[in-house]
Design a protein around this ligand. Sequence first.
Ligand code: ATP
Ligand code: MG
Length: 246
Amino acid sequence: MLSISALEVAFQETTVLKGLSLSAAAGETVGIIGPNGSGKTTLFNCISGFAAQRSGTISLKDQEIQSLPPHERARKGLGRVFQNFGIFRQMTLLENMLLALESRPGEELSVSPWSSAARRRKEEAMERLREIHLEAKALNKASSLSGGQMRLLEIMRTVAAGAEVFLLDEPTAGVSPRMKDDVTEIIRRLQALKKTVLIIEHDITFIERFCGRIVVLNEGHVVLDDIPERVRADERLKEIYFGQGA
Ligand SMILES: Nc1ncnc2c1ncn2[C@@H]1O[C@H](COP(=O)(O)OP(=O)(O)OP(=O)(O)O)[C@@H](O)[C@H]1O
Ligand SMILES: [Mg+2]
């Protein structure tokens, strides 16, 4: 589904990703961990088209996408979930969700809000909001949401927009325990829908529940790429996180 080969990204003279290769099959959930500054977010920025690469290829469904602008990558099914970024804060939750539904490839756009297509979209938007327990706030502005609620709204908008590959960058960071359960539920739902999911998380105990594979990044390289049990048991993991001999 997603295949990255020999990716190099540099900011001025600092090379952040140094020939990174990684792939995810359709329906697979891959966890990505690594110390602060190891290049995890840069990797997602590059996949979604928000950071330029120096060399390497990125393929989505066997099609190279590395020279496409971000919105074209999104139309091909790539869902980048930003924290609070993709949300229009001055619009209501319902309007935010409707915009995502309308952006789906092939969606019939009707000028009349009373058309059957528009009615169906509204029902679907409300259903999506119900799934993240925000239906009571449908007519409130998005700016009234907490950080965790915005994150849920953002993931659900990406679902509504029809993405097939999800890039989740620390979806549970700064989220309350109850909302962590909501994030868990959404990830499970993405898996049930056979979506491909890449999750960056610092908490290996949290992601190993979902992931068939965990990739460990360090200084712009893939150090380990294996099933969670073997990653956990590997000495290199400790070295990377706690320094040699720890
Ligand atoms: N736009 C940029 N300009 C210059 N340097 C950048 C830019 N974005 C990232 N970097 C640098 O690239 C390196 C990797 O950053 P990145 O955000 O990818 O790390 P990360 O693995 O996501 O870290 P964290 O776990 O803290 O989120 C860092 O040294 C960072 O300073
Ligand atoms: Mg990061």
